[in-house]
Ligand binder design. Structure first.
Ligand code: FES
Length: 318
C-alpha cells in the first residue's frame, strides 16, 4: 500500500503581516533541502491536537531551503488557526504532509489574471514570485476591506507600482464590491484566470467567468464543506474490518455518513484539496472528485470529504 510520508519542519521566523495574519518561515530541523513544490501548492499540517489544517505556501518555490505559510486567526472558526497561533513558536518542530498542488498555474498560459480576496492572497503571492521570472504577462487584483488588512503589503504595493496589480478596498461596504467581470474581461486566447478567496468572491468569480472555457478558469476556496451535486446517487459502503454496511444518501457526503456511523476521519480542507481524509478502498468504483490525489494514489485511496461511488457499493479498508 502507498504510504503517507510526513515531513518535519522547524519554525524559524514569525512575522506579523496584519493584525490577524502571521507568516511563518519553516525550515528543515536538520538543515536538509525541503521537498520541491510549485506555486499554488499547500501544506497540510498535523497539529498537536490531532487536527489537520492546510495552508497555501506563499514563499518563492525556487527556494528549497525554506517554506512560508501565512495563517489568519479566526476567533470563531473551528480552532485550527488559533492552535497554529498558540503552538507555532520559534524553534518548535511541526509535522506536515509534503506539499500538494491542486491550484497550479497553467504552464502554457500567455497571460494570467490572478484574483485574491482576503487571506486568499497566499497562493497568489507564490504565483507572483513565480511569474516574475516567467515570460507570461500577468495582472493581479487584490480585494480587501482596508489596506491594513492586506497581507504581503510590500510585495503587492511593489506590483501596483510596476503596473501589474490593483488593490480594491471596499471598506466592507457591499455597494463598493469590485466588479469582477470588468477585471477579468472577455476570454482571450492564452489567458487563464485564477481566484482564491472567500465564498462571496468565488461566487462573483463564477458569474464573471461563465462564458470562459472551463480549462482556463482556476479556483481555490475555503468553503466549509465540499459541495454535493444534484445528480448524485445514493450508494452503500462496506467497512472491511467489521463487514458493516453504511448507506450514503444523495445529498450526504461520504464523510458525514461515516461520521454518523462512528468513524472519525481526520479532515482539513473538506473540499478535496488537501488529501487529509484519504481512505484506502478495496472494492467498487470511486467517483474521485478531489484535486489532491495522484493517479497512483487514486488506485488505492479516495478522499471521503468530496468523493462518492460510481458503483452501487464500495468497500473501505477501515
Ligand atoms: S479533507 Fe481535504 S481532501 Fe478531504
Amino acid at each position: 500500500m502507498l504510504s503517507r510520508p510526513e515531513i518535519l519542519l522547524q519554525v524559524a521566523e514569525i512575522k506579523a503581516m496584519t493584525p490577524r495574519v502571521s507568516a511563518y518561515r519553516l525550515v528543515s530541523p536538520h538543515g536538509e533541502r525541503l521537498p520541491a513544490w510549485s506555486a499554488g501548492a499547500h501544506l497540510n499540517f498535523r497539529l498537536p491536537s490531532g487536527r489537520a489544517r492546510c495552508y497555501s505556501l506563499c514563499g518563492d518555490s525556487a527556494s528549497s531551503a525554506e517554506y512560508w505559510v501565512a495563517v489568519q486567526r479566526e476567533e470563531h472558526g473551528e480552532g485550527g488557526s488559533l492552535e497554529v497561533a498558540e503552538t507555532f513558536a520559534r524553534g518548535v518542530v511541526v509535522r506536515a504532509d509534503p506539499p500538494r498542488n491542486g491550484f497550479p498555474l497553467a504552464a502554457d498560459a500567455k497571460h494570467q489574471v490572478l484574483i485574491a480576496g482576503g487571506i486568499g492572497i497566499t497562493p497568489i503571492v507564490a504565483m507572483i514570485h513565480h511569474l516574475r521570472r516567467s515570460k507570461a504577462t500577468y495582472a493581479v487584483h487584490v480585494c480587501a476591506r482596508s489596506l491594513k488588512e492586506v497581507a504581503f503589503r510590500d510585495l503587492i504595493q511593489a506590483e501596483v507600482a510596476a503596473g501589474r496589480a490593483a488593490l480594491h478596498l471596499d471598506g466592507n461596504d457591499p455597494a463598493r464590491r469590485p466588479d469582477l467581470a470588468a477585471m477579468i474581461g472577455a476570454p482571450t486566447d492564452g489567458t487563464h484566470v485564477y481566484a482564491c478567496g472567500p465564498a462571496g468572491l468565488l461566487k462573483a468569480f463564477a458569474r464573471a467567468t461563465e462564458s470562459w472555457p472551463r480549462e482556463r478558469v482556476h479556483v481555490e476556496g475555503f468553503a466549509p464543506e465540499a459541495r454535493q451535486s444534484e445528480g448524485d446517487r445514493p450508494f452503500d459502503v462496506t467497512i472491511a474490518s467489521t463487514g458493516k454496511t453504511i448507506h450514503v444518501p444523495a445529498g450526504t457526503t461520504l464523510l458525514a455518513a461515516l461520521k454518523a456511523a462512528g468513524h472519525d476521519i481526520a479532515t482539513s480542507c473538506r473540499q478535496g484539496i488537501c488529501g487529509s481524509c484519504m481512505v484506502p478502498y478495496s472494492d467498487g468504483e470511486p467517483d474521485h472528485r478531489d484535486q489532491a490525489l495522484s493517479d497512483d494514489e487514486r488506485r488505492e485511496f479516495l478522499t471521503v470529504c468530496c468523493s462518492r461511488a460510481r458503483s452501487p457499493g464500495l468497500t473501505l479498508d477501515l
